[in-house]
Design a protein around this ligand. Structure first.
Ligand SMILES: Nc1nc2c(ncn2[C@@H]2O[C@H](COP(=O)(O)OP(=O)(O)OP(=O)(O)O)[C@@H](O)[C@H]2O)c(=O)[nH]1
Ligand SMILES: [Mg+2]
Length: 421
């Protein structure tokens, strides 16, 4: 039987708005997680005084996550609908873990944005939407969650829908084409089927909306690029890097190279969801083993590509950025962290080349002395250590980045050109 098309789906939104609970509930209602496991979580969670987190525990498996009742690192789970099979990436909402959310969002084709109806748009709702857009996610589903805590009120739903629509419009999403679904992940309303508690709502449930997503185009004609998310040592196999194929195709037996380390070898095995594959295509989340590659040769942020066409390592690159927030002004010498695919590398602003009108892209000033929140600019950056980045026109999937400092997202942007090492 032909495999269903694959999609990576990030679940994003402000802390505590119910992302993990929504994923847990969805998996429970569709049979991906058996009822007895939820019962077991309920019991264990009750003992810890955290009974309401039983569904979240499907995704929150770390001890610290369960004790604190928050998601810390991203978790992946396979999940099937009639049309697709999804890898769901549950992201943390806590502002200290936005860097993990960025890794998750950088792997996604689409996202569910969870907004709690009683709260509406909050800080990380804004930050996650902004980041998702700049990281290339262009399909969204909005869950207006915790409707049970808002009396299933249509007025409240409309109010939050309006607020979220404004936010989406600001970063260039078309709110009119996006489903806004009133949900209670806690009670199970409009998750896998429509709820009689929201008779005023005529749209799809979350499950139905997932099947309405359009299949992402596979950039399989571009050169192979797989950013490494992690590397494991597995007995009997050896070092197994894991990550998502962004572009190109990798076949067993092919010679590949990891950059910036430059380690090369032949692909011995490729595995996805515990099954052996002969090849991997864009969107596949895989683990793979390369002859002669040890744990020291590969780490998070490296990129695997064909030995004949290695990923480009920047000595310097130029980028076009939009500044989201900064307490004062950004000048030459500023050295925040650049998050690009799975890499997180400090980089110095070597020059501010042009200030642009953020709406039209028109040049407003050559070599400005500073830039500040709301400005768009062309800048030249020197990474403090070797880092893979590609011009957006060549490999868009590896050309987007976020700029972070002081626990905040300062800016987001795209790479215009690379001066190779
Ligand atoms: N009343 C109500 N509570 C909910 C709902 N969904 C989630 N909650 C509760 O909200 C709390 C947080 O839920 P989580 O699913 O952990 O929230 P999260 O968005 O994953 O949080 P982080 O991952 O830490 O950002 C838990 O106590 C849930 O039971 C809902 O639909 N209604
Ligand atoms: Mg969570």
């Amino acid at each position: 039987m032909a495999e269903k098309p694959h999609m990576n789906l990030a679940v994003i939104g402000h802390i505590d708005h119910g992302k993990s609970t929504l994923v847990g509930r969805l998996m429970f209602e569709t049979g991906a997680v058996p009822a007895h496991l939820i019962e077991k979580y309920k019991e264990e969670a009750r003992e810890k005084g955290k009974e309401s987190f039983a569904f979240a525990w499907v995704m929150d498996t770390l001890k610290e996550e369960r004790e604190r009742g928050i998601t810390i690192d991203i978790a992946h789970k396979r999940f099937d609908t009639d049309k697709y099979y999804f890898t769901i990436v549950d992201c943390p909402g806590h502002r200290d873990f936005v860097k993990n959310m960025i890794t998750g969002a950088s792997q996604a084709d689409a996202a569910i944005l969870v907004v709690a109806a009683p709260d509406g748009v909050m800080d990380q709702t804004k930050e996650h939407v902004f980041l998702s857009r700049t990281l290339g996610i262009n399909q969204l589903i909005i869950a207006i969650n915790k409707m049970d805590a808002a009396d299933y009120s249509e007025d409240r739903y409309n109010k939050v829908k309006e607020e979220v629509s404004q936010l989406l419009g600001m970063v260039g999403f078309k709110a009119s084409e996006i489903p806004f679904i009133p949900t209670s992940s806690f009670e199970g309303d409009n998750i896998s089927k429509s709820s009689d508690k929201t008779p005023w709502y005529k749209g799809p449930s979350i499950l139905e909306a997932l099947d309405l997503l359009t299949e992402p185009e596979k950039p399989d004609k571009l050169p192979l690029r797989i950013p490494v998310q992690d590397a494991y040592t597995i007995s009997g196999i050896g070092t197994v890097p894991v990550g998502r194929v962004e572009t190109g195709v990798m076949k067993k037996g092919e010679n590949v190279i990891f950059m910036p380390s430059g380690a090369t070898g032949e692909v011995k095995s490729i595995e996805m969801h515990h099954e052996e594959q002969d090849q991997a295509v864009p969107g596949d989340n895989i683990g793979w083993n390369v002859r002669g590659i040890g744990k020291a040769d590969v780490r998070r942020g490296d990129v695997c590509g064909p030995a004949s066409n290695p990923p480009s390592v920047a000595d310097e690159f130029t980028g076009q950025i939009v500044v989201l927030q900064h307490p004062s002004a950004i000048t030459v010498g500023y050295t925040p962290v650049f998050h690009c695919h799975t890499a997180q590398t400090a980089g110095t602003f070597m020059s501010l080349d042009k200030k642009l009108d953020p709406k039209s892209g028109e040049v407003k000033e050559e070599n400005p002395t500073y830039i500040k929140a709301g400005d768009a600019a062309i800048i030249t950056v020197k990474p403090t250590r070797p880092m893979v980045i590609e011009p957006i026109k060549d490999i868009p999937q590896l050309g987007r980045f976020a700029v972070r400092d002081m626990g905040m997202t300062i800016a987001a942007g795209m790479c215009m050109s690379v001066k190779q090492k």
